[in-house]
Every structure is written in C-alpha cells, then in structure tokens.
Design a binder for this molecule. Structure first.
Ligand code: PEP
Ligand code: MN
Length: 332
C-alpha cells in the first residue's frame, strides 16, 4: 500500500503515519522527494485504505502490480546502488568489464590493469561457471575468488563474480567480493534470492533467458522483500526463434523497466549477442535507451579464452568502445 503525503505535509504528520504503520506491525518505507511517499511493506490486504486518510495525507492506494517494493509506485525515486565509491543508477553509465572466466593469475592481472586504465569502474570475472555442458571448463572455483581479491587490492577496483547457491555466501564474504552476480540460470533459484535478500550485498540479477519482464521483476521482489534493495538488474538477451546470434538483446525491456521500477538496470551485450562484432553497436544502443551501465566481456587473448571466446573484446576493441562511450556519456 502506498501513502502519498501532501506537498505541505509537516514532519509531525509524516511521523504520525509512520507510527500508525508500525502500530499495525508493518514496516514503512519512506521515499522523500518533492512529496513524501510512504510504502507499507508486506501483505497489506487486511489493512483498510480509509484508515490512512490522516492529516497531511493526499492519497492512499494499493500497488496494482504483482511486484510491490520493486515498483516505481512504491518508490518513485531512482535507487542508486553504491559499491566502493562507484554509483550505479545516478545517470552516468557504469562500466563493468573483465573476462568470462578468471583463468590464471597472469590473465586476470593483465585484464584488471588494462580495463581499469581504460576507465572501467568494476572488474567482473567468473570463478564458478554455470556451463551448459559438464565437459566444459567449470571455472577455477575458490582459486578464482582468491585471484579476484588479489587484483581488487592491487588495482583498487571493486570486483563482481557469480554466486550459484546460498551455501557460497560465507565463502564470498571471506574473499571480500564486492558484488554478487546471480546468473540467468539462477534467476528462478528462489532459495538463493531469499538468502541474498537477507544480506545487504550489492547484487547483479540477470534476467532469465526465457523469462518475462514480470517474472524478472518478481525475482527482484524476492530480494527486496527479504530486506536487500541493493539490486542491479541486468538484461542479457533472451531466446527467440532467431538463430543468427546467441540471444536477442531485448532493449524494450530496458526502456520498460525504467518506467516500471526504480532499480538500476545494466545491459550485457556480450551474452546477448555472443558475437564480438555486435558488442560495440549494441552497447551504444543500450546506453541510448537508458541503461545505467554495461557488463562487457574483455580478454587479453579472446581467441584462446576458456569460455565464451567468440564474444569477448580484445583490449583494442574495448579501448575504442570506451572512447566512444566517454564521448557520448562522460565518465563515472
Ligand atoms: C556470465 O556473465 O559470465 C554468464 C554466465 O552470464 P549469463 O548468466 O547471463 O549466461
Ligand atoms: Mn561468459
């Protein structure tokens, strides 16, 4: 339920509403913009709308969507997620870059150094890899986390990597990982979403490759409902009948989610296309339609990468793209 206060509502009137919510054993969410909007968290079907027409209240209504806390109705102002001094969702695109998989100390050090020098804000690399085939490289596992921690400290750059199940949360904590990524295959792993919701870790939640926008936002709702609003959505392409490329980048989803939700959304043009040549134009298209950032796979030797060799940019290609992005959008 959402209570919109009048523009001239006093602090006492706002507090009165907040106290009433707490007396009913609900938790309020207060969003202070030009007008103050107070959301009541949880299942409010037992609460009468009329009860909240208190002094200073302009309007009381129920959230019509199946997702509540994720919706812009509940929180009109954009959420900005902060990670080690980097802000995601503040209007300047954030660039997350790095290899599909962390492969060795030498590889991740070279890539971290280069992407940082070219202006990437966050280093992203997979340690635990959810591969379609059990015969393919599955990632370095814990050793990958150790290497990420090493380059994080050496180059002073926040790091993001994929988490696959709730039992890994403590492990990721111990390696000081800054952002946990929930991959496309785990968007429906509700146990994982629930447990991550109980932390306050910044998360990248990738859209399931066959999920609707509503299902995507309901997965984010699991996280917010459990208490964590540090969620960065990520559109990474969906399966369609088209087989000319790996997936189809659904930019409609980006433009729509900017309307439906206050959460930041970034785009992964690497997995969305699976083709190196398509990554730069679709990166620019994603930013043009309002994406808050990009997640781009970059490798020192893409042709010999242990995973996703066809879609990783080499250093020159990444440099050219960064130059273009900075020209158009400035630097975060
Ligand atoms: C990845 O980011 O390396 C990855 C496996 O992505 P996705 O979950 O989108 O396939
Ligand atoms: Mn990959």
């Amino acid at each position: 339920m959402i209570i919109t206060m009048k523009k001239k509502a006093t602090e006492t009137e706002i507090q009165h509403v907040v106290n009433k919510i707490k007396n009913l054993k609900f938790k309020p969410h207060i969003d202070k913009g030009i007008t103050t909007v107070i959301g009541i968290r949880g299942d409010t079907s037992s609460v009468e709308i009329e009860e909240f027409y208190l002094p200073g209240v302009e309007k009381v209504c129920r959230v019509t969507k199946r997702y509540k806390e994720v919706s812009r109705e509940f929180k009109p102002q954009n959420t900005v997620v902060s990670v080690g001094g980097v802000k995601i969702g503040n209007g300047v695109p954030v660039i997350m870059a790095g290899p599909c998989s962390v492969e060795s100390e030498d590889q991740i050090r070279k890539i971290a150094k280069k992407v940082k020098a070219l202006g990437a804000n966050i280093l992203r690399g997979g340690a635990f890899k959810p591969r379609t085939s059990p015969y393919l490289f599955q990632g370095l596992g814990v050793e990958g986390l150790r290497l990420l921690k090493m380059v994080k400290d050496e180059f002073n750059i926040p790091v993001a990597t994929e988490i696959m199940n709730p039992s890994q949360i403590e492990l990721f904590e111990s390696y000081d990982i800054d952002i946990y990524q929930v991959g496309t295959r785990n968007m429906h792993n509700y146990d994982l979403l629930r447990e991550l919701g109980k932390t306050n870790k910044p998360l990248i939640l990738k859209r399931g490759f066959s999920s609707t926008v509503e299902e995507f936002l309901l997965s984010a709702e699991y996280i917010l409902y459990n208490g964590n609003s540090n969620v960065i959505l990520c559109e990474r392409g969906i399966k369609t009948f088209e087989s000319s490329y790996r997936n189809v980048l659904d930019l409609n989803c980006v433009a729509l989610i900017k309307q439906l939700s206050h959460l930041p959304i970034v785009v992964d043009p690497s997995h969305a296309t699976g083709m190196r040549l398509l990554v730069p134009p679709l990166s620019l298209a994603a930013l043009a339609c309002g994406a808050d950032g990009l997640l781009i796979e970059v490798h020192n030797e893409p042709q010999s990468a242990k995973s996703d060799a066809n879609q990783q940019l080499n250093f020159d290609e990444f440099e050219q793209l960064m130059t273009e992005i900075k020209k158009r959008h400035g630097k975060n």
